[in-house]
Design a protein around this ligand. Structure first.
Ligand code: ADP
Length: 247
């Protein structure tokens, strides 16, 4: 699967419940991403990151503008087409959203269970658990896993339909910094292996600096859009790592 290109053009969104004085959640946002890139959507809380990911994932209605993902004009899909479209993308959330009563294997296979497939669902789920470093934990329930392990299960589940685009909304928001680094490195490796496009909403600059590019939002507008020079970012992270932050 090659990753979907994403093109956002003049997208605006105002929530009907927002007060009249409040700025629009998104205000004329435009950018384009080539397939297979890992891009951070950065910015402080309330800047519009989640709203943007929801619109790209067809989980909410776009008020104005157009969003194209791969061959699809997401902003023009019927309800049935939205359902089919969502099966071609994967979602990862801050709070993991695993089903507590199910084993990790069944959590990963869950999106496939209502469907007839011409491949072995649990075989594919087991392969994905191996790919995220959780071989041997297939029968474990989520409550027996660490936060980082639970997010790995959620990432495996998000990949079960072999998506062309992975949308991750604050995927490291509930994790300590060492575990956050492991999760971002995992997403980068999975992109290298599978080629999907990855969009990560994050307010963590260290996570953003690992991505290929950082689109920064501020009050619903694109405030900055930079390509990350890999060598420069390694150097910067090395320096951050060497800083003595104890004062
Ligand atoms: P971020 O993900 O960067 O924290 P959000 O996209 O969640 O930002 O929010 C952008 C703006 O839209 C904020 O001002 C927020 O209060 C508002 N907002 C988000 N969701 C809703 C909603 N369901 N109803 C009304 N306002 C919302």
């Amino acid at each position: 699967m090659s990753g979907f290109a994403v093109r956002v053009e003049g997208v605006s969104k105002r929530y009907p419940t927002a007060s009249a004085e409040a700025p629009a959640a998104l205000d004329d946002v435009s950018f384009a991403i080539d397939g297979g890139r890992v891009v951070a959507v950065a910015g402080p809380s309330g800047s519009g990151k989640s709203t943007l990911l929801h619109l790209i994932g067809a989980m909410d209605e776009t008020e104005q503008g157009s969003i194209r993902v791969g061959e699809r004009e997401v902003t023009r899909l019927s309800r049935e087409e939205q359902v089919a479209y969502r099966r071609t993308i994967g979602f990862v959330f801050q709070r993991f959203h695993l089903l507590a009563a199910l084993s990790t294997l069944d959590n990963v296979a869950a999106p496939l269970l209502p469907r007839r497939t011409d491949f072995d669902k649990h075989g594919r789920a087991a392969d994905l658990l191996r790919a995220v470093g959780l071989a041997g934990k297939e029968q474990t329930v989520p409550s027996r896993l660490s936060g980082g392990e639970q997010q790995r299960v959620a990432i495996a589940r998000a990949l079960i339909n072999e998506p062309g685009l992975l949308l991750a909304d604050e995927p490291t928001g509930n994790l300590d910094s060492a575990t956050s680094s492991e999760i971002i490195e995992l997403l980068l490796r999975l992109r290298d292996e599978r080629g999907m496009t990855v969009l990560i909403a994050t307010h963590d600059p260290v996570v953003a600096a690992r991505c290929d590019r950082i689109v920064t939002l501020s009050d619903g507008r694109v405030a900055d859009d930079i390509q990350v020079e890999r060598a420069a970012s390694e150097d910067l992270l090395g320096r951050i790592g060497r800083l003595d932050l104890r004062g």
